[in-house]
Design a protein around this ligand. Structure first.
Ligand SMILES: [Zn+2]
Length: 159
């Protein structure tokens, strides 16, 4: 699947993989695919955040039953009326995947299966670790700086 995707024309100038590879087997498969096409990984960003913050971010998410693009957060963007969508009045709910116990399980899988991938790229000197705490805009800017680009200022997101 990845192999097919990486041969499409829109990847000629480069590409960013988000959430892949998730384990060492996938990392080795990616190495093979890239070596075959005489390409390579240029940089790896490791986004670091305390587990309790991850749990709070994910477990606080609420989706609208009428429209999954209507997304709220109990701490960061709460609806005007509890459990009710501001946009359409639909009922808000928490996805099974977002429940605290499920999130903690996903973090355990991350520790055992995905964290070793960081070590794989560290031995190749490719990893830059940045903090994923704070606002989206801050994390984006840290990412861009780590990749050698300047910061961007997106109107309306500062402050
Ligand atoms: Zn809605």
């Amino acid at each position: 699947m990845i192999k097919e995707r990486l041969t499409r024309p829109d990847t000629e100038r480069g590409f960013l993989l988000d959430g892949f590879p998730r384990n060492l087997a996938q990392a080795h498969a990616l190495d093979d695919i890239l070596a075959y096409s005489e390409s390579r990984v240029d940089a790896v960003l490791d986004l670091e955040i305390p587990e309790d913050q991850v749990v709070r971010r994910i477990a606080g998410r609420r989706l609208c039953r009428q429209n999954h693009e209507h997304i709220f957060h109990v701490d960061y963007s709460p609806p005007e009326v509890d459990e009710t969508c501001d946009v359409c009045g639909g009922e808000l709910y928490q996805r099974e995947d977002d429940r605290e116990r499920t999130v903690r399980k996903r973090l355990e899988v991350y520790r055992t299966e995905t964290a070793p991938v960081v070590g794989h790229y560290q031995t190749q000197g490719l990893v830059t670790t940045i903090s994923a705490c704070g606002q989206v805009q801050d994390v984006l800017n840290r990412s861009l700086v780590a990749l050698g680009y300047g910061q961007v200022d997106v109107a309306g997101t500062s402050g």
